[in-house]
Design a protein around this ligand. Structure first.
Ligand code: AMP
Length: 299
């Protein structure tokens, strides 16, 4: 089954202590769509400006991503710039230039409206609502978010939580949302806000799934060198929903397996700037690393 991904489609300028790379293909939807494409057909919803390089469109196409829902508008593509410290868990946003995003209304092509799996990747919650309003009975909806929306669009975000099956956030966002320091207690509070499935990402320490069947923990794949972690969270959730869409069988089991596949795609994402490493991946390389992670957790 296929996956609809809506989110930001961006040009990212990324600076680490070792290198600087301007105007790479980025955005929450780009990372998530490419990650999902290894497991299921993907339909992309986003907006880019006239300055968006043709080679990036070709890159989406090479991954079989359906671009009917990608609007190309006069003006500039959303541009984000960020800088990492030596400890790459610490990142500073240098620039957020909205460009064509400022007047983005994600109107879905007719053929997109019955897509069974929906990923509302990180964008303004009002836009995530607008996409959901147009969908006909999706089978599974997962939403991602960021601290910005907790700060400036909390009411919209709370309303969204009542409309989705699963939410994905990082540990600091879970604390900010619930005002609860303990992550397990925070997870319980988030269930009460709506979602049946709550996934909390803990960066290099893995991720936790809380569901009616109990908890599941997925360790991160240990990397000895992180080149650029931008988009790791988006790759995680993209890999997860792609895997779910591509599988038959019990949802909760597939969700757990999907957490592992998402973790592995995210680990590859960190090994290159922007999407450089992820776009060179193969399903066989993903499966091989899944096996390595399994071996690392088995006694
Ligand atoms: P992550 O590393 O998972 O936090 O995701 C980084 C990606 O999020 C980058 O590719 C950015 O283009 C994108 N991004 C940054 N700020 C925003 C924003 N305000 N809305 C949507 N996407 C954003």
């Amino acid at each position: 089954m296929s996956v609809l991904v809506v989110g930001s489609t961006a040009l990212d300028s990324i600076k680490t202590p070792y290198r600087e790379n301007p105007r790479l293909l980025g955005g929450s939807a780009s990372h998530a769509a490419v990650a999902a494409s290894f497991f299921a057909p993907v339909k992309l919803v986003g907006i880019v400006g006239a300055d968006f390089p043709k080679r990036y469109l070709q890159l989406y196409r090479r991954h079989g991503i359906d671009l009917e829902g990608l609007q190309v508008a006069a003006g500039k593509t959303f541009h984000w710039a960020g800088e990492y410290e030596v400890n790459m868990n610490n990142r500073r946003t240098l620039k957020t230039e909205l460009g064509v995003f400022e007047r983005f209304t994600p109107d879905l092509p007719h053929a997109y409206r019955r897509t069974p799996f929906v990923l509302l990747a990180n964008i303004a919650p009002a836009l995530q609502h607008h996409v959901l309003d147009q969908m006909t009975r999706p089978k599974f909806v997962v939403a991602d978010t960021m601290d910005l929306w907790l700060n400036i669009a909390r009411a919209d975000l709370l309303k969204l939580l009542r409309r989705i099956d699963a939410v994905v956030l990082n540990d600091s966002e879970a604390r900010q949302l619930t005002k609860e320091d303990n992550i397990i207690a925070a997870t319980r509070k988030i269930h009460r806000l709506g979602p049946k499935y709550v996934i909390v990402k803990k960066g290099e320490h893995g991720a936790i799934l809380s569901s009616p069947g109990g908890m599941f923990i997925a360790p991160a794949f240990p990397l000895n060198k992180v080149v650029d972690p931008t988009g790791a969270g988006d790759s995680f959730v993209g890999g997860l929903i792609g895997y779910l869409a591509g599988r038959k069988g019990p949802l909760e089991t597939n969700l757990k397996r999907g957490m592992i596949y998402g973790t592995i795609v995210a680990s590859f994402c960190c090994e290159g700037f922007g999407l450089n490493r992820t776009t060179k991946l193969t399903r066989a390389a993903i499966d091989q690393r899944v096996n390595q992670l399994q071996a690392l957790t088995r006694i």
